[in-house]
Design a protein. Sequence first.
Length: 212
Amino acid sequence: MVENKVEKTVGLTEDMTETVVDFYKSKMEVEFSCMHYEAYGLLCWHIFYMLRMNNIKEFPRKYLNKWWLKNAKPFQYALTRIIGESGSSLQSEVLNLYEIFESTVDRLVHDMDKLKIYRVQMKELLTKVETEIPSVPKMNPKDVLTSTLGVKESKKIKIRSGILHQSVTKGSGIHSSWNSRVEIEKEESNKRRTCSVCRAKEGHNSRTVEYT
């Protein structure tokens, strides 16, 4: 029999089978028959119910995953900044540094005095690195593409469409105004037939024209 083990039936599953939660106070570990945490990395409500029944005020650190932390950054955060460098060896070194840092903080998190000393030491080291190795100015995406392909980007040329000739496309409509009655009568009068002899508009034709 395991010391400080608490076993409790806390509910039924969808198929009406009993579910059992085992809580080990000495190790602050919880086991549940549905294996929800092992499958999804999340504690189910049955386990939270068991922790409350045992008056547990502090969440077990074992189940506090890194992605729950406020300032957590995945390893890929560093890897995206070293693309184009010396392959997998550099990536391995960066990952090792992240693991060392996180392991150190995990050990010092319960000792505030030592944690402050460690923070001061890391700050001094950062200041020294910033002094000895100046930061490289960031390149915009166009400069990165140019340096990678080894070609220069062509200059942009503005092409203006013709101003005098404007084509009418489907759906653009034709903008026109209504003519007044006076304008219509004037236009109709200009369309009257002229005399075939004198080519004048005097209200006569070839039969009634006066010859001089």
